[in-house]
Design a protein around this ligand. Structure first.
Ligand SMILES: [Zn+2]
Length: 419
């Protein structure tokens, strides 16, 4: 399945990308006859981006570059992404395609990380262009710990919070620890914009219930910027004027049908400084035909990375699957999961009541439905993070939900959400 762009825009970017040292000699000399011919070209992997950073993908003279970002890598070299001023304008347009519809009436508190990462800056620029007032309250900063951000949201009459889903959740918990009700004591708040982490339906529901406002998600990554935005009707639409989207099987070759699970491959159509052809994102997605009142033709479901999946009984369980199962045990509690012996799953779930018997036959029903053995360990709220640390200065690491069986045994999940 290939959507986005047209044969003219695809040929244009293929010709343009040859300015980047990496693509010289790698792209066809003859123009493509159809967009689907793009699928015959080689993929670009994260490893190639990394190995050819910082300048291998740069397609303009350095004098034309406006900003530089790096994608977060857990190990090794980072990926370099350069943007021209025009790229920045396009990225802001992409963000502005979202359903939150910022205006000069808005005070937007941005809690995305500002350091080296793209989304905070793009969102900031998009909000400013719409005339909104921006509060740059970066995450991963000791300058703006949780209580200070909550106080600012309260006293500055913030209308929109832009944050990773886990950050929005922890801000709500901090507000509660400060004696405030997230749903009642922030009457000016009208929306939350999330990005940077897979937003499962359960996580969305938890955030919406806590804050009592709609959540608008945005899917993207530093390598390509915002690639899909949620519209006013709550559907995540791929930005087909800016990118070509393909969904491939795990073999990295075979396209999957609409509605089938596969891996997303993205080609940038407009990036001038860092064009990327057929980027293997590693994200598991489903692409659907949309029937949305906003007029968009396609809808994207982003289910997280292959590394965030657990294998049991010969099947892969992604974050959506795992959260769907956790929901049967606890509507809102934080959780961790890992493998159970040969072929099962072990969940550790926060709950006010630790007596497993109150769950009745729900675990057995889940075992029957999924045909795998399950173990559930209930732990008290506050097991995964220290509430006292929420109220003190600190930093938050990457969210982590998946643990090895050994780590579950040694309770490595305790206080693992570093604050
Ligand atoms: Zn829509």
């Amino acid at each position: 399945m290939v959507i986005g762009g047209d044969v003219h825009s695809v040929n244009e970017i293929l010709e343009y990308a040859k300015k980047a040292p990496f693509y010289q000699g790698k792209l066809p000399d003859k123009a493509l006859v159809s967009v689907s011919e793009l699928t015959r070209l080689p993929l670009t992997t994260k490893e190639e981006l990394r190995n050819h950073s910082p300048f291998g993908f740069l397609a303009v003279p350095k004098s034309e570059v406006a900003v530089y970002f790096e994608s977060f890598g857990t190990t090794g070299k980072p990926v370099s992404i350069w943007l021209t001023q025009e790229d920045l304008e396009d990225n802001a347009d992409e963000i502005s395609a979202g359903g939150v519809n910022l205006s000069e009436e808005d005070t937007v508190l941005i809690r995305y990380p500002y350091a080296i990462s793209q989304i905070a800056h793009t969102f900031h620029y998009a909000a400013r262009r719409r005339g909104a007032c921006v509060i740059a309250a970066s995450s991963r900063s000791t300058i703006s710990p949780f209580p200070r951000v909550v106080s600012m949201m309260h006293s500055l009459e913030v209308t929109v919070l832009a944050a990773l889903p886990l950050q929005a959740l922890l801000l709500a918990k901090t507000a509660q620890l400060m004696g405030l009700s997230p749903g009642e004591d922030f009457p000016h708040l009208r929306a939350i914009c999330t990005a940077g982490e897979t937003l499962t339906p359960r996580r969305r529901q938890v955030l919406q219930e806590l804050w009592q406002v709609p959540v608008f998600d945005n899917y993207g990554m530093t390598e390509v910027g915002a690639a899909a935005m949620e519209c006013p009707f709550g559907q995540l639409h791929p930005l087909v004027d800016y990118f070509v989207f393909e969904v491939l099987d795990e073999d990295r070759k075979t396209p999957v049908e609409l509605g089938e699970l596969g891996y997303l491959v993205i080609t940038t159509l407009k990036h001038r400084a860092t064009p990327i052809i057929r980027y293997w994102t590693g994200d598991r997605v489903r692409l659907f035909q949309a029937s949305c009142p906003c007029g968009a033709e396609y809808r994207l479901e982003v289910r997280g990375r292959r590394e965030s999946c657990l294998e049991a009984g010969g099947r892969l369980f992604d974050l959506w699957d795992l959260e769907e199962m956790v929901e049967e045990v606890s509507a809102k509690g934080l959780w961790a999961a890992g493998p159970l012996e040969q072929s099962g799953l072990h969940f550790v779930v926060e709950s006010d009541q630790l007596d497993l018997r109150r769950l009745g036959g729900r675990i057995a029903a889940l075992e029957r439905r999924h045909q795998i053995p399950l173990r559930v360990t209930l732990v008290p709220p506050g097991t995964f993070y220290d509430p006292k640390e929420l109220l003190s200065v600190g930093e938050v690491g990457k969210p982590r939900y998946i643990f090895s069986a050994e780590e579950l045994k040694t309770k490595a999940y305790e206080k693992s959400l570093r604050l």
